[in-house]
Ligand binder design. Structure first.
Ligand code: NAD
Ligand code: UFG
Length: 331
């Protein structure tokens, strides 16, 4: 299939392009590079030894998006492009609502106009809020504590409503848990701007000596060791989950968790990283981070049964691959 990947130069998008190409699909990337680099496109080509068609456009620009659909015979889209920093979304709500929602509507209109019926969307486990674990797809969602999370819940509703009246559409709303790690070859990985907000990129910067020590946000949660528990998933497993969704989607709107079903605490992840890479990660315990929940992990049976997909890589793989990428990476 010819797949339009919006945000394909970004962290999850680039790994998904590799997974798609390796399964025989052709990718067309649309990205404005606001949070990524053009070099990533070259690296995707280098890893796969295949061409990638690249458009540097803003996906809220309906005219530019129309050009991509008219130039290419598109069979399906994966919509990754958007803004994703939770803290920033509180400061810049309009930007978040505008870019995340308008891009989805522009792309949906183009899909209707050009008869594209397969749509995969990047949602997030954040829509579950503080539900009881494991989070399963049919749970009632809770209001998010930030505009970023609200955009994900709203886009899920928008695509669900459009899907209802276009019964030949196949829509996958993929709720990611905590993607970490990098492609095994070390060429592509997570490249956050400035000081990372997320745990794994913070750990790798501390290990590299670029940051002094990790601050662990809270040790008084009701968890195995008092630190927050998350469902870390290797980014290549996540990428392969998208390929499985595209290949196995049936008509209708479907929600799938993409997680491992395993909870890992912050301290467990730090210890695993130190052991896997034989390197020390100094840390201190500080106050809880506002808005954080204690425990988050996925129920995984729906993706397994309906898409035939499960995550294969473990925490050691995630730690090794994240570190391999960081070591080879120059800002
Ligand atoms: P990323 O920032 O690395 O990738 C997003 C890409 O979209 C970037 O290359 C950026 O340049 C591009 N982009 C942003 N706005 C654009 C616009 N208006 N037009 C064109 N391109 C634009 O982020 P990521 O971690 O790869 O996340 C991809 C998607 O997955 C996002 O929708 C994010 O909300 C979602 N998600 C990510 C996580 C996570 O932990 N990384 C978790 C859940 C969901
Ligand atoms: N943490 C620290 N120190 C840090 C960073 C994080 O102790 O410097 C802790 C957090 O308190 C939390 C855990 O590490 O317990 C994971 O935090 P992350 O920031 O890496 O990830 P979150 O679970 O907060 O959120 C991520 C993405 C969201 C997405 C969510 C889905 O950032 O976009 O996973 O589960 F919605």
């Amino acid at each position: 299939m010819n797949i339009l990947v919006t945000g394909g130069a970004g962290y999850i998008g680039s790994h998904t392009c590799v997974a798609l190409i390796q399964k025989g699909h052709t990718v067309i990337v649309a990205d404005n590079l606001c949070n990524s680099k053009i070099e990533t496109i070259d690296k995707i080509k280098q890893i796969t030894n295949k061409e990638v068609t690249f458009y540097q456009i803003d996906v809220t620009d309906a005219v530019a998006v129309d050009t991509i659909f008219s130039d290419n015979s598109i069979d399906g889209i994966i919509h990754f492009a958007g803004l994703k920093a939770i803290g920033e979304s509180v400061q810049k709500p309009l930007e978040y609502y505008y870019i995340n929602l308008v891009s989805t509507m522009v792309l949906s209109k183009a899909c209707l106009k050009y008869g594209v019926k397969k749509i995969v969307f990047s949602s997030s486990a954040t829509v579950y809020g503080n539900n009881t674990v494991p989070f399963v797809e049919n749970m009632k969602l809770m209001p998010c504590t930030n505009p970023y999370g609200e955009t994900k819940a709203m886009i899920e509703r928008i695509l669900t409503d459009i899907g209802k009246v276009n019964s030949d559409w196949s829509v996958a709303l993929l709720r990611y848990f905590n993607p970490v790690g990098a492609h095994e070859c070390g060429l592509i990985g997570e490249e956050p701007n400035g000081i990372p907000n997320n745990l794994m990129p913070y750990i790798t910067k501390v290990a590299k000596g670029e940051l002094n020590k990790l601050r662990i946000f809270g040790k008084d949660y009701p968890t195995v060791d008092g630190t927050g528990v998350r469902d870390y998933i290797h980014v290549m497993d996540l990428a392969e989950g998208h390929v499985a969704a595209l290949n196995n989607l049936t008509e209708g709107v479907h929600i799938y968790n993409l997680g491992t079903g395993q909870g890992t605490s912050v301290l467990q992840l730090v210890n695993a990283f130190e052991e896997a890479n034989d390197i020390e990660v100094p840390y201190e315990i500080v106050e809880r981070r506002p808005g954080d929940i204690a425990v988050c992990y996925a129920g995984t049976s729906k993706a397994k049964t309906e898409l035939g997909w499960t995550a294969k890589r473990d925490i050691v793989d995630m730690c090794r691959d994240a570190w391999r990428f960081e070591k080879g990476y120059e800002d």
